[in-house]
Design a binder for this molecule. Sequence first.
Ligand SMILES: *[C@@H]1O[C@H](CO)[C@@H](O)[C@H](O)[C@H]1NC(C)=O
Length: 425
Amino acid sequence: MKVAWVCIWALLGFSGQVLGADPLQSYNVDTSSITVSGLSAGGAMAMQYHVAFSSEIQGAAIYAGLPFACAKGGLTSANLCMYSPTTIVVANLAREINTLAGSNKIDAVSNLSGDKVFVFHGTKDTTVNPTAGHKLEQLYQEFAVVSENEYTIGAVHGFPTDFYGAACGSSSAATHYINNCNYHGAHIGLNYLLGGSLAPPASSAAGRLSEYDQREFGGTAAHSMDPTGYIYVPSGCQDRSRQCKLHIAFHGCQQSKTNLDDIYATKTGFMEVAEANNIIVLFPQAAPNIIAGNPNACWDWWGYLNANFLNKDGAQMKAVHDMMNRVSTCEASTGCNPSVTEPATTPSQGTNPTGNPITTPPTGSTGAPGECHDNDVSFRPFPGDCRYYTLCACGANVLLECASGLYFDPVLGKCNFMQLVPGCD
Ligand SMILES: *[C@@H]1O[C@H](CO)[C@@H](O)[C@H](O)[C@H]1NC(C)=O
Protein backbone atom coordinates (compact mmCIF):
# COMPACT_ATOMS: atom_id res chain seq x y z
CA MET A 1 0.00 0.00 0.00
CA LYS A 2 2.78 2.36 0.91
CA VAL A 3 4.44 1.94 -2.47
CA ALA A 4 1.16 2.62 -4.24
CA TRP A 5 0.71 5.96 -2.47
CA VAL A 6 4.23 7.00 -3.34
CA CYS A 7 3.47 6.19 -6.95
CA ILE A 8 0.26 8.20 -6.99
CA TRP A 9 2.17 11.11 -5.50
CA ALA A 10 4.85 10.72 -8.15
CA LEU A 11 2.36 10.61 -11.00
CA LEU A 12 0.38 13.60 -9.79
CA GLY A 13 3.14 15.79 -8.50
CA PHE A 14 6.32 14.92 -10.30
CA SER A 15 5.49 16.42 -13.65
CA GLY A 16 4.81 19.91 -12.30
CA GLN A 17 7.63 19.97 -9.79
CA VAL A 18 10.46 18.85 -11.99
CA LEU A 19 9.49 20.12 -15.41
CA GLY A 20 7.92 23.41 -14.47
CA ALA A 21 5.00 24.70 -16.49
CA ASP A 22 5.08 24.74 -20.27
CA PRO A 23 6.64 27.73 -22.04
CA LEU A 24 4.40 30.72 -22.70
CA GLN A 25 3.05 30.49 -26.24
CA SER A 26 2.56 33.10 -28.96
CA TYR A 27 -0.84 34.11 -30.28
CA ASN A 28 -2.36 36.32 -32.93
CA VAL A 29 -2.72 39.54 -30.95
CA ASP A 30 -3.96 42.93 -32.06
CA THR A 31 -1.07 44.96 -30.65
CA SER A 32 -2.99 48.21 -31.06
CA SER A 33 -5.40 47.38 -28.23
CA ILE A 34 -3.34 45.95 -25.35
CA THR A 35 -4.75 46.95 -21.95
CA VAL A 36 -3.84 46.36 -18.31
CA SER A 37 -5.64 46.27 -14.96
CA GLY A 38 -4.94 45.62 -11.34
CA LEU A 39 -6.27 45.64 -7.81
CA SER A 40 -4.56 47.60 -5.02
CA ALA A 41 -0.76 47.03 -5.33
CA GLY A 42 -1.65 45.40 -8.65
CA GLY A 43 -3.46 48.64 -9.55
CA ALA A 44 -0.32 50.60 -8.71
CA MET A 45 1.63 48.13 -10.87
CA ALA A 46 -0.88 48.49 -13.72
CA MET A 47 -0.42 52.27 -13.69
CA GLN A 48 3.37 51.90 -13.53
CA TYR A 49 3.35 49.46 -16.42
CA HIS A 50 1.01 51.59 -18.51
CA VAL A 51 2.96 54.80 -17.92
CA ALA A 52 6.34 53.12 -18.53
CA PHE A 53 5.27 51.28 -21.70
CA SER A 54 2.72 53.81 -22.92
CA SER A 55 3.77 53.37 -26.55
CA GLU A 56 2.41 49.81 -26.38
CA ILE A 57 -0.45 49.99 -23.85
CA GLN A 58 -3.75 51.64 -24.77
CA GLY A 59 -5.57 51.72 -21.46
CA ALA A 60 -5.68 50.78 -17.78
CA ALA A 61 -8.42 49.82 -15.33
CA ILE A 62 -7.32 50.50 -11.75
CA TYR A 63 -9.32 49.09 -8.83
CA ALA A 64 -8.53 50.43 -5.34
CA GLY A 65 -5.10 51.44 -6.62
CA LEU A 66 -2.45 54.06 -6.03
CA PRO A 67 -0.71 56.71 -8.16
CA PHE A 68 2.53 56.25 -10.05
CA ALA A 69 5.66 56.95 -7.96
CA CYS A 70 3.56 57.69 -4.88
CA ALA A 71 5.66 55.36 -2.71
CA LYS A 72 8.99 56.09 -4.33
CA GLY A 73 10.51 56.78 -0.93
CA GLY A 74 9.78 53.29 0.38
CA LEU A 75 7.42 51.90 3.01
CA THR A 76 6.94 55.17 4.89
CA SER A 77 5.68 56.89 1.78
CA ALA A 78 3.67 53.78 0.86
CA ASN A 79 1.84 54.13 4.18
CA LEU A 80 1.17 57.81 3.53
CA CYS A 81 -0.20 56.97 0.06
CA MET A 82 -2.53 54.37 1.54
CA TYR A 83 -3.76 56.07 4.69
CA SER A 84 -3.23 59.82 4.13
CA PRO A 85 -3.43 60.34 0.38
CA THR A 86 -4.54 63.96 0.83
CA THR A 87 -0.79 64.56 1.32
CA ILE A 88 -0.06 63.40 -2.25
CA VAL A 89 1.04 66.32 -4.44
CA VAL A 90 -0.02 65.40 -7.97
CA ALA A 91 2.30 67.99 -9.55
CA ASN A 92 5.31 66.35 -7.92
CA LEU A 93 4.37 62.94 -9.29
CA ALA A 94 3.79 64.45 -12.74
CA ARG A 95 7.28 65.94 -12.55
CA GLU A 96 8.64 62.49 -11.68
CA ILE A 97 6.98 61.04 -14.78
CA ASN A 98 8.39 63.81 -16.98
CA THR A 99 11.88 63.32 -15.54
CA LEU A 100 11.82 59.57 -16.18
CA ALA A 101 10.54 60.13 -19.72
CA GLY A 102 13.24 62.77 -20.26
CA SER A 103 15.93 60.20 -19.47
CA ASN A 104 14.21 57.48 -21.56
CA LYS A 105 13.58 55.37 -18.48
CA ILE A 106 9.93 55.26 -19.56
CA ASP A 107 8.23 55.89 -22.93
CA ALA A 108 7.55 59.45 -24.11
CA VAL A 109 4.52 60.79 -22.23
CA SER A 110 2.91 61.93 -25.49
CA ASN A 111 1.92 58.28 -25.92
CA LEU A 112 -0.47 58.60 -22.95
CA SER A 113 -2.54 61.24 -24.66
CA GLY A 114 -5.97 59.86 -25.57
CA ASP A 115 -5.44 56.57 -23.72
CA LYS A 116 -8.41 55.36 -21.70
CA VAL A 117 -8.32 54.95 -17.94
CA PHE A 118 -10.99 53.52 -15.66
CA VAL A 119 -10.73 54.07 -11.91
CA PHE A 120 -12.79 52.21 -9.28
CA HIS A 121 -12.53 52.97 -5.58
CA GLY A 122 -15.08 51.96 -2.94
CA THR A 123 -16.33 54.44 -0.34
CA LYS A 124 -15.71 51.92 2.48
CA ASP A 125 -12.09 51.17 1.58
CA THR A 126 -10.04 51.60 4.76
CA THR A 127 -6.90 49.88 3.37
CA VAL A 128 -6.29 52.34 0.56
CA ASN A 129 -8.15 55.56 1.24
CA PRO A 130 -10.41 56.46 -1.72
CA THR A 131 -8.58 59.76 -2.16
CA ALA A 132 -5.71 57.70 -3.60
CA GLY A 133 -8.01 56.77 -6.49
CA HIS A 134 -8.96 60.41 -7.11
CA LYS A 135 -5.28 61.38 -7.04
CA LEU A 136 -4.24 58.75 -9.54
CA GLU A 137 -6.97 59.85 -11.92
CA GLN A 138 -5.83 63.48 -11.54
CA LEU A 139 -2.25 62.44 -12.23
CA TYR A 140 -3.32 60.61 -15.39
CA GLN A 141 -5.28 63.68 -16.48
CA GLU A 142 -2.07 65.74 -16.40
CA PHE A 143 -1.11 63.61 -19.42
CA ALA A 144 -4.39 63.99 -21.33
CA VAL A 145 -5.84 60.55 -20.86
CA VAL A 146 -9.60 60.08 -21.22
CA SER A 147 -10.99 58.69 -18.00
CA GLU A 148 -14.09 57.42 -16.26
CA ASN A 149 -14.51 56.56 -12.60
CA GLU A 150 -16.76 54.86 -10.08
CA TYR A 151 -16.30 56.32 -6.61
CA THR A 152 -19.81 55.92 -5.20
CA ILE A 153 -20.18 52.23 -4.34
CA GLY A 154 -19.99 51.19 -0.69
CA ALA A 155 -17.20 48.69 -1.34
CA VAL A 156 -14.40 47.76 1.03
CA HIS A 157 -10.88 47.05 -0.24
CA GLY A 158 -11.36 44.28 -2.79
CA PHE A 159 -12.18 43.39 -6.37
CA PRO A 160 -15.84 44.14 -7.19
CA THR A 161 -17.90 41.40 -8.87
CA ASP A 162 -21.56 40.55 -9.26
CA PHE A 163 -21.21 36.84 -8.60
CA TYR A 164 -18.55 36.04 -6.00
CA GLY A 165 -17.08 37.20 -2.74
CA ALA A 166 -17.98 38.66 0.62
CA ALA A 167 -20.74 41.24 0.96
CA CYS A 168 -19.70 44.49 -0.71
CA GLY A 169 -19.19 46.34 2.56
CA SER A 170 -17.41 43.63 4.54
CA SER A 171 -13.79 42.72 4.13
CA SER A 172 -12.95 39.05 4.18
CA ALA A 173 -9.68 37.23 3.74
CA ALA A 174 -11.79 34.06 3.44
CA THR A 175 -13.16 35.30 0.14
CA HIS A 176 -9.74 36.51 -0.96
CA TYR A 177 -10.45 40.25 -1.06
CA ILE A 178 -13.07 39.79 -3.73
CA ASN A 179 -16.48 41.33 -3.00
CA ASN A 180 -19.92 40.79 -4.43
CA CYS A 181 -21.00 44.38 -5.05
CA ASN A 182 -23.62 43.53 -7.64
CA TYR A 183 -21.17 45.26 -9.97
CA HIS A 184 -19.18 43.41 -12.64
CA GLY A 185 -15.97 45.38 -12.26
CA ALA A 186 -14.05 43.42 -14.89
CA HIS A 187 -16.74 43.89 -17.54
CA ILE A 188 -17.40 47.54 -16.78
CA GLY A 189 -13.67 48.38 -16.76
CA LEU A 190 -12.76 46.46 -19.91
CA ASN A 191 -15.88 47.64 -21.72
CA TYR A 192 -14.84 51.23 -21.11
CA LEU A 193 -11.22 50.63 -22.18
CA LEU A 194 -12.19 48.74 -25.34
CA GLY A 195 -14.73 51.12 -26.78
CA GLY A 196 -18.02 50.44 -25.01
CA SER A 197 -19.55 47.67 -27.06
CA LEU A 198 -18.26 44.49 -25.46
CA ALA A 199 -20.60 41.50 -25.34
CA PRO A 200 -21.83 40.58 -21.84
CA PRO A 201 -19.67 38.09 -19.93
CA ALA A 202 -20.02 34.47 -21.07
CA SER A 203 -21.92 32.19 -18.70
CA SER A 204 -18.79 30.08 -18.37
CA ALA A 205 -15.16 30.47 -19.31
CA ALA A 206 -15.07 27.58 -21.76
CA GLY A 207 -11.62 28.40 -23.11
CA ARG A 208 -8.42 27.29 -21.53
CA LEU A 209 -6.75 28.57 -18.36
CA SER A 210 -3.23 27.21 -18.19
CA GLU A 211 -0.01 27.68 -16.33
CA TYR A 212 3.15 28.92 -18.03
CA ASP A 213 6.78 29.10 -17.01
CA GLN A 214 7.72 32.60 -15.82
CA ARG A 215 11.35 31.70 -15.10
CA GLU A 216 12.70 32.36 -18.59
CA PHE A 217 11.45 35.96 -18.23
CA GLY A 218 13.14 36.48 -14.87
CA GLY A 219 10.15 35.26 -12.91
CA THR A 220 12.22 34.02 -10.00
CA ALA A 221 12.31 34.25 -6.21
CA ALA A 222 15.03 36.92 -6.49
CA HIS A 223 12.46 39.16 -8.19
CA SER A 224 9.69 38.14 -5.79
CA MET A 225 7.89 36.37 -8.61
CA ASP A 226 6.43 32.90 -8.88
CA PRO A 227 8.06 30.43 -11.29
CA THR A 228 4.60 29.96 -12.79
CA GLY A 229 1.98 32.35 -14.18
CA TYR A 230 -1.51 31.86 -15.65
CA ILE A 231 -2.88 32.64 -19.07
CA TYR A 232 -6.49 32.42 -20.22
CA VAL A 233 -7.00 31.76 -23.92
CA PRO A 234 -10.65 32.03 -24.99
CA SER A 235 -12.16 29.32 -27.19
CA GLY A 236 -12.10 31.75 -30.12
CA CYS A 237 -8.37 32.52 -29.80
CA GLN A 238 -6.85 29.04 -29.83
CA ASP A 239 -6.83 29.01 -33.62
CA ARG A 240 -4.26 31.66 -34.57
CA SER A 241 -5.79 32.45 -37.94
CA ARG A 242 -7.75 35.39 -36.48
CA GLN A 243 -6.70 38.23 -34.21
CA CYS A 244 -7.58 38.53 -30.53
CA LYS A 245 -7.02 41.29 -28.04
CA LEU A 246 -4.65 41.02 -25.06
CA HIS A 247 -5.22 42.13 -21.47
CA ILE A 248 -2.76 41.86 -18.56
CA ALA A 249 -4.34 41.56 -15.09
CA PHE A 250 -2.22 42.18 -11.96
CA HIS A 251 -3.45 40.57 -8.73
CA GLY A 252 -3.32 42.39 -5.38
CA CYS A 253 -1.24 41.57 -2.30
CA GLN A 254 -2.03 38.14 -0.79
CA GLN A 255 -3.69 37.11 -4.07
CA SER A 256 -0.73 35.42 -5.78
CA LYS A 257 -0.53 31.79 -6.82
CA THR A 258 1.22 31.01 -3.54
CA ASN A 259 -1.70 32.48 -1.61
CA LEU A 260 -4.71 31.51 -3.70
CA ASP A 261 -3.69 29.33 -6.66
CA ASP A 262 -5.78 30.61 -9.57
CA ILE A 263 -8.57 32.35 -7.61
CA TYR A 264 -7.71 35.84 -8.88
CA ALA A 265 -8.02 34.54 -12.44
CA THR A 266 -11.16 32.48 -11.92
CA LYS A 267 -13.23 34.56 -9.48
CA THR A 268 -12.84 38.14 -10.68
CA GLY A 269 -14.85 37.73 -13.90
CA PHE A 270 -12.05 38.59 -16.35
CA MET A 271 -12.14 35.14 -17.95
CA GLU A 272 -15.88 35.28 -18.72
CA VAL A 273 -15.51 38.77 -20.25
CA ALA A 274 -12.52 37.50 -22.22
CA GLU A 275 -14.37 34.40 -23.45
CA ALA A 276 -17.26 36.42 -24.87
CA ASN A 277 -15.01 38.98 -26.53
CA ASN A 278 -11.91 37.10 -27.71
CA ILE A 279 -9.50 38.70 -25.27
CA ILE A 280 -6.47 36.70 -24.15
CA VAL A 281 -5.74 37.46 -20.48
CA LEU A 282 -2.29 37.15 -18.97
CA PHE A 283 -2.24 36.83 -15.17
CA PRO A 284 1.44 37.24 -14.22
CA GLN A 285 2.22 36.11 -10.66
CA ALA A 286 4.27 37.79 -7.96
CA ALA A 287 5.37 35.69 -4.97
CA PRO A 288 6.16 36.31 -1.33
CA ASN A 289 9.81 36.99 -0.55
CA ILE A 290 10.39 37.75 3.11
CA ILE A 291 14.07 38.61 2.65
CA ALA A 292 13.17 41.16 -0.03
CA GLY A 293 10.68 42.68 2.41
CA ASN A 294 7.63 41.42 0.52
CA PRO A 295 5.93 38.76 2.65
CA ASN A 296 2.51 39.40 1.08
CA ALA A 297 3.37 38.82 -2.60
CA CYS A 298 2.68 42.44 -3.58
CA TRP A 299 3.88 43.72 -6.93
CA ASP A 300 6.72 46.16 -6.34
CA TRP A 301 5.21 49.65 -6.08
CA TRP A 302 7.45 50.97 -3.26
CA GLY A 303 10.91 49.84 -4.40
CA TYR A 304 11.55 46.69 -2.36
CA LEU A 305 13.70 45.32 -5.21
CA ASN A 306 15.57 48.46 -6.22
CA ALA A 307 15.07 52.03 -7.39
CA ASN A 308 14.21 50.93 -10.94
CA PHE A 309 11.01 49.24 -9.77
CA LEU A 310 8.76 51.73 -11.58
CA ASN A 311 10.59 52.15 -14.88
CA LYS A 312 11.32 50.01 -17.89
CA ASP A 313 14.46 48.57 -16.23
CA GLY A 314 12.57 47.24 -13.21
CA ALA A 315 12.95 43.45 -13.00
CA GLN A 316 9.21 42.80 -12.65
CA MET A 317 8.38 45.40 -15.32
CA LYS A 318 10.84 43.85 -17.78
CA ALA A 319 9.64 40.34 -17.01
CA VAL A 320 6.01 41.19 -17.74
CA HIS A 321 7.03 43.16 -20.84
CA ASP A 322 8.92 40.15 -22.20
CA MET A 323 5.89 37.95 -21.50
CA MET A 324 3.69 40.44 -23.34
CA ASN A 325 6.06 40.37 -26.31
CA ARG A 326 6.04 36.58 -26.37
CA VAL A 327 2.26 36.33 -26.27
CA SER A 328 1.84 38.95 -28.99
CA THR A 329 4.54 37.71 -31.38
CA CYS A 330 2.70 36.27 -34.32
CA GLU A 331 4.53 33.05 -35.25
CA ALA A 332 3.71 31.79 -38.73
CA SER A 333 4.53 28.22 -37.58
CA THR A 334 1.51 28.33 -35.24
CA GLY A 335 -0.83 29.27 -38.08
CA CYS A 336 -0.79 32.92 -37.06
CA ASN A 337 -1.66 35.26 -39.90
CA PRO A 338 -1.20 38.92 -38.94
CA SER A 339 -2.91 40.17 -42.09
CA VAL A 340 -6.29 38.76 -41.05
CA THR A 341 -7.78 41.32 -38.72
CA GLU A 342 -11.36 40.16 -38.25
CA PRO A 343 -11.84 38.83 -34.77
CA ALA A 344 -11.92 35.11 -34.26
CA THR A 345 -15.43 33.72 -34.17
CA THR A 346 -15.35 29.93 -34.23
CA PRO A 347 -14.86 28.52 -30.77
CA SER A 348 -12.50 25.56 -30.78
CA GLN A 349 -12.31 23.67 -27.53
CA GLY A 350 -9.04 22.26 -26.28
CA THR A 351 -9.27 18.55 -25.65
CA ASN A 352 -6.70 17.38 -23.17
CA PRO A 353 -5.24 19.84 -20.73
CA THR A 354 -1.49 19.77 -20.31
CA GLY A 355 -0.14 16.79 -18.52
CA ASN A 356 -3.46 15.02 -18.00
CA PRO A 357 -3.24 11.31 -18.57
CA ILE A 358 -5.07 10.21 -21.70
CA THR A 359 -6.33 6.72 -22.17
CA THR A 360 -6.57 6.21 -25.93
CA PRO A 361 -3.22 6.24 -27.70
CA PRO A 362 -2.91 8.73 -30.56
CA THR A 363 -3.80 7.29 -33.94
CA GLY A 364 -0.86 6.63 -36.21
CA SER A 365 1.51 5.92 -33.35
CA THR A 366 4.29 3.68 -34.48
CA GLY A 367 5.74 2.06 -31.44
CA ALA A 368 5.70 1.35 -27.75
CA PRO A 369 7.27 3.81 -25.34
CA GLY A 370 9.73 1.25 -24.05
CA GLU A 371 10.14 -0.75 -20.93
CA CYS A 372 9.55 0.92 -17.62
CA HIS A 373 10.99 -0.66 -14.50
CA ASP A 374 9.96 -0.24 -10.88
CA ASN A 375 12.87 2.05 -10.08
CA ASP A 376 12.67 4.27 -13.17
CA VAL A 377 11.26 7.77 -13.05
CA SER A 378 11.63 9.48 -16.40
CA PHE A 379 9.90 11.36 -19.16
CA ARG A 380 10.25 9.85 -22.60
CA PRO A 381 9.24 10.81 -26.10
CA PHE A 382 6.28 8.94 -27.51
CA PRO A 383 7.44 7.20 -30.67
CA GLY A 384 5.89 8.54 -33.85
CA ASP A 385 4.00 11.53 -32.43
CA CYS A 386 5.84 14.33 -30.65
CA ARG A 387 2.60 15.88 -29.35
CA TYR A 388 2.70 13.12 -26.75
CA TYR A 389 5.17 11.89 -24.16
CA THR A 390 5.19 9.32 -21.43
CA LEU A 391 5.99 9.45 -17.75
CA CYS A 392 7.51 6.21 -16.54
CA ALA A 393 7.04 5.85 -12.81
CA CYS A 394 6.62 2.85 -10.55
CA GLY A 395 6.86 0.42 -13.42
CA ALA A 396 4.05 2.00 -15.46
CA ASN A 397 4.04 4.29 -18.47
CA VAL A 398 1.49 7.09 -18.36
CA LEU A 399 0.74 8.77 -21.66
CA LEU A 400 0.59 12.57 -21.49
CA GLU A 401 -0.18 15.25 -24.07
CA CYS A 402 1.60 18.59 -24.49
CA ALA A 403 -0.47 21.78 -24.41
CA SER A 404 -1.88 22.63 -27.81
CA GLY A 405 0.83 24.03 -30.08
CA LEU A 406 3.68 22.50 -28.08
CA TYR A 407 5.71 19.36 -28.72
CA PHE A 408 7.80 17.09 -26.54
CA ASP A 409 11.48 17.99 -26.57
CA PRO A 410 13.55 14.96 -25.47
CA VAL A 411 16.60 17.18 -24.84
CA LEU A 412 14.83 19.45 -22.37
CA GLY A 413 12.51 16.72 -21.17
CA LYS A 414 9.52 19.06 -21.52
CA CYS A 415 7.10 20.45 -24.07
CA ASN A 416 8.52 23.15 -26.33
CA PHE A 417 7.91 25.03 -29.56
CA MET A 418 8.01 22.91 -32.72
CA GLN A 419 10.85 24.84 -34.33
CA LEU A 420 13.00 24.12 -31.26
CA VAL A 421 12.38 20.38 -31.26
CA PRO A 422 14.67 18.62 -33.74
CA GLY A 423 12.98 16.09 -35.98
CA CYS A 424 9.43 17.02 -35.04
CA ASP A 425 7.26 18.27 -37.89
C1 LIG B 1 5.97 56.99 -27.91
O1 LIG B 1 7.11 56.63 -27.14
C2 LIG B 1 8.22 56.25 -27.87
C3 LIG B 1 9.26 55.75 -26.89
O2 LIG B 1 9.56 56.71 -25.95
C4 LIG B 1 8.68 57.42 -28.71
O3 LIG B 1 9.81 57.05 -29.48
C5 LIG B 1 7.56 57.85 -29.63
O4 LIG B 1 7.92 59.01 -30.32
C6 LIG B 1 6.28 58.12 -28.85
N1 LIG B 1 5.17 58.29 -29.78
C7 LIG B 1 4.32 59.30 -29.71
C8 LIG B 1 3.20 59.30 -30.68
O5 LIG B 1 4.40 60.17 -28.89
